[in-house]
Design a protein around this ligand. Sequence first.
Ligand code: PXL
Length: 267
Amino acid sequence: MLDFGVPSMRVAMTIAGSDPSGGAGLQADLKTFHQFGVYGMAVPTVLTVQNTRAVESISALDPSLVRAQLECVQRDIQADAAKTGALGTDGIVRMVANWARDCGAPIVVDPVILSTGGNALASGSAVAAMVRYLLPACFLVTPNLYEAGALADMEVRDLTTMRVAAERISALGVRRVLVKGGHLAGDATDLLWIDGEVTTFRSDRIGIASKHGTGCTYSAAITALLARGRPPIRAVDEAKRFVTEAMRSAPRLGGGNGPLNHHARTR
Ligand code: PXL
């Protein structure tokens, strides 16, 4: 008998940095897409040399090589949703923003600026280009407290300032802003702004050393769920429960900031 495969499989694309230790970046994104039953595609933007202990170097690809990958893949397979992670340089940000404007699928922008250890995964001019070109082309942006502060040009430290930052970021031309409160002092409460309507998502703080790639995994889960047709509020709610469980059940790997459990089940 002929096997025609799965006709309805949804497709997600990540445009992000490579983490050879597998916990963050496009490796974490692909594992997360797979866990949500979505076919994953990955375009690298920067290559890091890192393990769970430290980032040793970061090299950005030539923007034309990023564009060639995006165009080549898109001529053949259309993504139902896409996400961006570390983009490195303003040249890459502009290239990706140009692609994003015409790609027809919702784009989730994880505005990665620093690695957990404080290494710059986007230059200052790349952050400026993100604000100017990429945010207006995206469906949802998912800053943590630090990134929200950088994008909104203010200090973000509690739910009140998270809300103000979300409003300011939306004024840059993006309708949906998820400010992640994982670094708040108390519970890990996230705030989702959609056209002025605010929804909060609370989870217990999980006091573990393994938090490598939490933001990547969260935005990848949201992207996979959008590819599967979930409305944004449900996608964020399900993705947050997945990330919380992935942290709770993290494998003890490496001597530093270890990876999450991308096999976590919440459904
Ligand atoms: O979690 C931020 C991040 C994104 N992308 C890459 C990373 C990291 C953190 O280390 O290495 C490639």
